[in-house]
Design a protein around this ligand. Sequence first.
Ligand code: ADP
Length: 219
Amino acid sequence: MADTYAVIGLGRFGSSLLESLINAGQEVLAIDNNTETIQTYMEIATHAVIADAQDEASLRELDLASFDHVIVTIGHNQQASILATIILKDIGCKHVIAKAENNLHAHVLEKVGADEVVRPEHEMAQQVANRLVSPNLLNFISLNDDFSIGEIKLTNFHFANRSIADLNIRSEYGLNVIAVKAHEEFVISPDADFIINIGDVLTVIGSTDNVQKFDHLIS
Ligand code: ADP
C-alpha cells in the first residue's frame, strides 16, 4: 500500500509540498488553522481540515499516528511548530519532519524529537552558492561527515584524452570513478583504460576533501 502523508501548515513551503506530493500521486491530509487557506486547498488535497496544531485533542482526533509521514511546515509561529512536533511524537507518529526558520529553531526541533529537520531557504541557498562557486560540480551527495559522491564535468585540457589509469585517479586523488557520462553514453564502473574527454561527466566517490580538490583540478 502507498504511504500516507499529513502536511500541517499550508504556507509557501507547505502548500508547495502538498502540491508536489499530490502530483506524485500520493494521499495527503492537509491541516491548517486558517479557514480561507483550507478552502483554497480543499480541491487539491485528498482531505483538508481546519485544526490548531497546538491542540493535542485535535491532533489525536485526526489519528495522525496512523500516517506514515507527518510534516510540520509551520514556520513563523515557532511556538506552534515546536508544540506540534512534541505532541506528534507524544501521540506516536513514526516519522515527523519539521521545517525550521533558523538554527535555533532547528536545534529545538531536533531536541524535542523531530525525526528530520529541514531548512528549505538555507538548503536552497547552499545549493545555489555551490552551483555558482563550482559550476562543474553538477551534483554532490554527502554520504556522512567525511565521504561524498560528486558528479564533475571535465573542462581542464590537461586531463583530457587520457585514461583513468593514466591519470592515476585512485592513488593520486584518493577517488574511485564509479561512472562516466560521455555524450549519450553512460558507463558504469568504467575500466582503467577508459579514455576521458572534455565535457565528460565523472561520478567519483571518496573523502569530501578529495572530491572538492578533484573538482577544482579538472574543471
Ligand atoms: P512559509 O514561510 O512556508 O510561508 P508560514 O509560517 O508563513 O510558512 O505559514 C505557515 C502556515 O501555517 C500558515 O498557513 C498558517 O495559517 C499555518 N499555521 C500557523 N499556526 C498554525 C497552527 N497553530 N495550527 C495550524 N496551522 C498553523
